[in-house]
Write a protein that binds this ligand. Structure first.
Ligand code: R5P
Length: 304
């Protein structure tokens, strides 16, 4: 088995490789003055199982093009089986038509990936459990929830009133699962409205479950992009008397001024994973990064 990495999260690729007792194999990724990329495999890969680590976050289009070219180069160089580890799958929120006239972008991505000859895709905490159905190849859906469950259990030791919160109704299945992992924790979901033109968020009320006399709330979501969903949810919880709020989110996309929004939100700490690389300039004092390298490496080890 050989592990390769695109340029979007080399650190994670190195951690996964280390877990498996391997080193990341080199790739020549050359950028022409006009921005086009040329990808070349250096090592011999004939009849090898090749792993490519490349989350497709910001800039999503760039990360995807690189992934397409790496898989194509490996297949043309004789790789027997190619697994792409795409912990954060870009465009996953565009998996259906929200308004007339829109493209189903995820379907276009799936068709293109299928056409590169990719054999298997491994993702982490997908936005919807239906996403694997869009692909023809096998898609494994791993989760950072076990990592979150451990931390939440520690933070809740000797505190009676703790609650799990989904900041929108779409995340209810996620917190139900987490609640079972920790041991039937109380949970509730917020009714959120997002203006599809401006992206602005309004967290209105608690749609499912009740929140009364809660000391600690754990807000759990799949991703943070603008940070608006989390900050509005935190404000609603504070207004309902919650004393401390902790945030647990898998993918730290952190677009625009998300870091500042989160730093000034009424939350104690924001736990995220290293599913995407978070540049130093986007770090803030409340941020803690948990690694998913172990979860991914274990899965690879079991399946090879
Ligand atoms: C939406 O359904 C997702 O689960 C996240 O809540 C959302 O993508 C977060 O986006 P933002 O940080 O821009 O509010």
């Amino acid at each position: 088995m050989k592990i390769f990495s695109g340029t979007s999260n080399l650190l994670l690729a190195e951690k996964i490789a280390k877990n498996l007792g391997l080193k990341v194999s080199p790739l020549d990724i050359f950028v022409f003055p006009d921005g086009e990329k040329r990808v070349r495999v250096i090592d011999r890969v004939v009849d090898e199982h090749c792993i490519v680590v490349q989350p497709t976050n910001l800039p999503a289009d760039n990360s995807y093009m690189e992934l397409f070219f790496i898989v194509d180069a490996l297949k043309r160089s004789g790789a027997e089986f190619v697994t792409a580890i795409v912990p954060y799958l870009g465009y996953q929120r565009q998996d259906h038509i929200f308004r007339d006239g829109e493209a189903v972008s995820l379907e276009v991505i799936a068709k293109t990936l299928d056409s590169t000859g990719l054999d298997r895709l491994i993702c982490l905490d997908l936005h919807s459990v239906k996403i694997p159905q869009v692909f023809k190849i096998s898609v494994e859906h791993l989760s950072a929830l076990p990592l979150f469950a451990k931390r939440i259990a520690i933070l809740c030791q000797q505190v009676n009133n703790c609650i799990l919160i989904s900041p929108d109704m779409g995340g209810i299945a996620r917190i139900k699962k987490l609640s079972e992992m920790i041991g039937n924790f109380t949970y509730a979901a917020i009714e959120k409205d997002r203006d599809l033109t401006t992206g602005n968020v309004a967290s209105k009320s608690f749609g499912e479950g009740r929140i009364t006399n809660q000391k600690i709330a754990f807000v759990v979501d799949d991703m943070i992009s603008s940070g608006k969903t989390i900050s509005k949810a935190a404000e609603l919880l504070k207004n309902n008397g919650v004393e401390k709020i902790y945030v647990f989110v898998t993918h730290a996309i952190f677009s625009d001024d998300a870091s500042q929004i989160l730093e000034s939100a009424p939350v104690e700490k924001v736990f995220v994973t290293d599913s995407v690389y978070i540049p130093k300039k986007k770090h803030f004092s409340k941020l803690e990064i948990l690694s998913v390298a172990d979860i991914i490496a274990k899965d690879l080890y079991l399946r090879v």
